[in-house]
Design a protein around this ligand. Sequence first.
Ligand code: ATP
Ligand code: MG
Length: 445
Amino acid sequence: MRLSRYLLPILKETPSEASIVSHQLMLRAGMIKQEAAGLYAWLPFGYKVLRRIEQIVHEEQQRAGALPMLMPTIQPAELWRESGRYDAYGPEMLRVRDRHERDMLYGPTNEEMITDIFRKTVTSYRDLPKILYHIQWKFRDEIRPRFGVMRAREFLMKDAYSFDLTKEDAIHSYNRMLVSYIRTFERMGLTAVPMRADTGPIGGDHSHEFLVLAETGESEVFLDRAVTELNLGDADIDFDDQAHVAGIVEKWTSPYARTDETHDQSVFEAETPEERRLTARGIEVGHIFYFGTKYSEPLKAMVTGPDGGSTPVEMGSYGIGPSRLVGAIIEACHDEAGIIWPEAVTPFHAGIVNLKQGDSKADAACETIYTALRKAGLDPLYDDREERAGAKFASMDLIGLPWRVTVGPRGLKNGVVELTERRGGASEEMTPEEAVARLSSVYLN
Ligand code: ATP
Ligand code: MG
């Protein structure tokens, strides 16, 4: 993309309505525009990041065996009356009425609808297990929308739902999702820690929230440092192997890690040596939950077992907030100059800065690099504006592309350009061909 043709409405001043750094930087980098409280339009630059996050979520969900689908945003109230949640959900639910005076709502979550789909399509244990998911906009009329896309009213959610015959099988589905979440967040360049969450009346220890550590997090968290040092990498995982998957879950969930809601100081101290105790703040980016027959019972989603008897299906639900993640990643990855995108989610792979637009040699070298990068399968952003070098650098730092290729007449005299890493700022001179080869090797293996 050539910057002269793009829409990147960069702001010089920090907008006063934004209180935390990710919100400020998203506005300054022209990623979003607020349309009403808690409602945001995603401008081209922000939308690219969102799509890359979604893509990772899709890949990791499907790797773990979950099936993609899509449910509507508007739901009939009827289903929620069946589960008993229509009245219980309260003012967070946006209720609407259609032209036939039927009560409808903008879905805040989809347990009822997916259970309805399940009961109409699956009847036998032979068709289990199943995990279905979609990535769809949700609406919750949050009492205090704030922090930009992190606590919005309309937001994107990946919600998956598992269906099993027995509790044991359901726990395996839960474990599959937990492991898939570890890799999902790791791939985004985040340290997201699974923390034990409240299970309410269901009981048991099968609910975890994934929190990204960041000073501006809404939750206070208490954890064993050891869990932040774990790494799944690209380990081969057989998601059908119950013991193997359970072993990974055990490794990640046995170190102490809880939010203020479930924290118990005496257990923390008993389980964690003092030098490893970490108290910090965190942003919830995912939440997984085993809830048994909470919805299948009232909605009568039954399956016949091997003995011919009919039982309500065992369920769990698994959420990730891709739109909140955009903010969370910025909270975790920025400096005074701006955003520092992890390579896995960066909207463009590299920026090309032409120090002297209009200089025929500099222009030609930029064109060559731009074309070569695109041929190599990369997506560069070429700053071809007639701007001072300083302003171009400031914009590039603000929008946070991981790599910058700087091209100017002086370097070109010696046949070189400069390749600079956004994180840390280390620069190296090399030929344009070498710069293209280096970037290709960074991204394409
Ligand atoms: P929170 O405790 O932060 O209000 P929640 O427990 O209500 O979240 P879930 O119902 O577990 O959230 O939703 C799954 C995921 O959806 C969350 O982990 C989060 O990433 C995302 N999410 C929830 N509410 C919002 C929101 N208002 N804005 C953006 N993302 C959200
Ligand atoms: Mg939650």
